[in-house]
Design a binder for this molecule. Structure first.
Ligand code: FAQ
Length: 311
């Protein structure tokens, strides 16, 4: 008996072969990839906004150059991811429409305000730190274009993380007020960074299927634990206190135990009621609308060039 398309697909997944755009794939595999990759792309684009807030106010030329480059990298990540997503048969226009109409999600973390310079340090250290932990396993995800995009994204992300940690280290070695500013940023970004890795495995509706398809290679809870275990010693180096009285090394498990995450807050933010959801969407949609004339001009120019070639 010859194998069905579905059986061949399953076998390829079992053999750790990459699935490529023109290969047969189950409709649900395609849909769930469009969902995750587009949410990831939207997060990169919206993720530029909290940091964009500080480009004009960076404390030195060196800091400004680094921050500008980081925010540009994020635009680049968004573009690789949108391109990867388009290979699944959805257009860029549809993807933007889903973001702008509020139909598509983007990461909860970017709905928090950036109120001091130390937030640039905390975002690099914690948010990029959590992003790397989540994305390194995705370099090995089953869909080829997503896996290949992740390799380059992870390299850039690890540079971003070190940039953030270095801002924190500088503040922590500075005046008492600067160290306080760093502690305050850690206090505000710690819990949202843990939430970024998604609901608990028990609450995660997609994990089981995504693990079977090797879209996800590790569960939300495993990644969260890995992030905590990696970050606590870094806070010790900085001389900062993680705002969790229940955080404690557990000799038996070889991991840190940690306190209860406020999942109500997480779902409020995901549903659009976080501190900056409206501001972020207004900034994004406003930029898109103000850019209409540029897109129109580019299209008119391309058409003119095409006509010249034809005549
Ligand atoms: N925020 O069943 P699960 C970055 C939704 S890194 C909002 O566990 P899944 C770099 C989820 O979509 C940030 N929504 O879902 C950067 C689902 O809703 P749906 C982006 C969330 O997909 C750094 C529902 O909850 N990274 O941008 C969140 O299996 C610094 C149930 O959840 C990625 O996107 C959340 N935090 O696991 C840029 C990585 N968590 O779709 C600038 C790729 C969950 O059914 C500055 N994505 N939800 O309506 C993933 O690894 C996964 O999609 C997870 C969620 C782990 C995020």
């Amino acid at each position: 008996r010859s194998l069905s398309l579905e059986e061949i697909f399953e076998q390829r997944i079992a053999n750790d072969e990459k699935i490529e755009p023109k290969d047969w794939m189950p409709e649900k595999y395609r849909k769930t990839h469009i969902r995750q990759i587009s949410q990831h792309a939207h997060s990169e684009i919206i993720g530029m906004l909290p940091e964009g807030n500080w480009i004009t106010r960076a404390p030195s030329l060196r800091r400004k150059v680094a921050l500008l480059a980081k925010v540009q990298d994020e635009a680049g990540h968004g573009l690789y991811l949108y391109s990867a997503c388009e290979t699944l048969g959805i257009s860029r226009e549809e993807l933007y429409e889903q973001l702008h109409s509020g139909k598509a999600k983007y990461s909860s973390i970017f709905n928090y305000p950036t109120i001091t310079w130390a937030d640039m340090g905390a975002i690099g250290w914690l948010v990029d730190g959590a992003a790397i932990i989540n994305q390194v396993p995705l370099c090995n995800t089953s869909y080829g274009p997503y896996a290949r995009a992740m390799i380059r994204v992870c390299k850039e992300e690890s540079f971003h993380q070190r940039q953030g940690f270095e801002i924190m280290l500088t503040l922590c070695n500075g005046t008492e007020a600067q160290k306080q500013m760093a502690q305050d940023a850690l206090n505000r970004w710690w819990w949202p960074s843990l939430m970024m890795l998604g609901p608990t495995d028990a609450e995660s509706i997609h994990t089981e299927q995504s693990m079977k398809w090797k879209l996800k290679r590790k569960t939300n809870d495993d990644l969260r634990q890995q992030f905590i275990d990696q970050t606590v010693p870094q806070a010790d180096i900085l001389g900062l206190t993680i705002p969790d009285p229940d955080l404690k090394w557990n000799e038996e498990t070889g991991h840190y135990d940690f306190g209860e995450i406020d999942w109500d807050e997480f779902w409020q933010v995901v549903k659009g009621h976080g501190p900056c959801n409206k501001e972020r969407m207004n900034a994004r949609v406003g930029a898109w609308e103000r850019g209409t004339w540029v897109r129109d001009a580019a299209m008119a120019y391309a058409e003119k060039q095409q006509n010249k070639k034809e005549n």
